[in-house]
Design a binder for this molecule. Structure first.
Ligand code: IMP
Ligand code: MG
Length: 182
C-alpha cells in the first residue's frame, strides 16, 4: 500500500521511504532478545513498556525472550501533538506492579532528546527496583542515553510505523518509515 496523503488531523507531510524494514526489525529483535535472555538468566525480568509507541516492539520482544517474563505498561505523554518533544512529561497511566526489588527492563520505542526516559528512570528509581535497564528500539543520532540495549541508531528524522505515530496515525505500519513534513 502506498500512502501519499496525510489523513485529516495529521500535520501536513507524507510517509516517505522505508528506513527499517519489517524483516530487519524481526531479526534485530531476535538479537536483542538473545542478549537479554543471556543477561537475565536465572532472574525474573519485568518488562515495562512505554505506551503507546512501544507496544509492537514489546509484544515481539516479550515473545522472543527465552525466559519467563512479566509485562506491565506505563503511559507518559509530552504535551501536544507536535513532532518535537516538549520536555514536559506527564504520567497518563502508572504501573500496576510494585517494582520494589524487581529487575525492571524499560522498553521504549525511540530516544530523541532523552528527556522522557530521564524522567521515567528517576521516577521508577525512587521505588527501589533491584535493577533497572533500558531497551530502546531506536536511538536518534545525538541523543543522550544510557540505554543498555539499542535496536537501531537512526538519523535525526521523524519516523513512524511499528508503533510510532504522528498525531496517532501510522502506528500499524509493519516497517519504520520517515515522515516527511512539508
Ligand atoms: P524524547 O523525550 O525527546 O527522548 O522523546 C521520546 C518520545 O517522543 C518517544 O517515546 C516517542 O513517543 C516520541 N518521539 C520521538 N521521536 C519520535 C519520532 O521520530 N517518531 C515518533 N515519535 C517520536
Ligand atoms: Mg514514546
Amino acid at each position: 500500500m502506498t500512502i501519499d496523503e496525510s489523513p485529516p488531523g495529521v500535520p501536513p507531510g507524507r510517509v516517505g521511504p522505508v528506513l527499517i524494514s519489517a524483516e530487519q526489525i524481526t531479526s534485530r529483535v531476535r538479537e536483542l532478545a538473545a542478549e537479554i535472555t543471556a543477561d537475565y538468566a536465572g532472574r525474573r525480568v519485568l518488562l515495562v513498556g512505554v505506551l503507546k509507541g512501544a507496544v509492537m516492539f514489546m509484544a515481539d520482544l516479550a515473545r522472543a525472550i527465552d525466559l519467563p517474563v512479566e509485562i506491565d505498561f506505563m503511559a507518559v505523554s509530552s504535551y501536544g501533538e507536535s513532532t518535537k518533544s516538549s520536555g514536559v512529561v506527564r504520567i497518563v497511566k502508572d504501573l500496576e506492579t510494585d517494582i520494589r526489588g524487581r529487575h525492571v527492563l524499560i522498553v521504549e520505542d525511540i530516544v530523541d532528546s532523552g528527556l522522557t526516559l530521564r524522567y521515567l528512570k528517576e521516577l521508577l528509581a525512587a521505588r527501589e527496583p533491584a535493577s533497572m535497564e533500558i531497551c530502546a528500539l531506536m536511538v536518534k543520532e545525538g541523543a543522550k542515553t544510557d540505554a543498555r540495549y539499542v535496536g537501531f541508531p537512526i538519523p535525526p528524522d521523524f519516523v513512524v510505523g511499528y508503533g510510532l505515530d504522528v498525531a496517532q496515525h501510522y502506528r500499524e505500519l509493519d516497517s519504520i518509515r520517515v515522515f516527511e513534513p512539508v
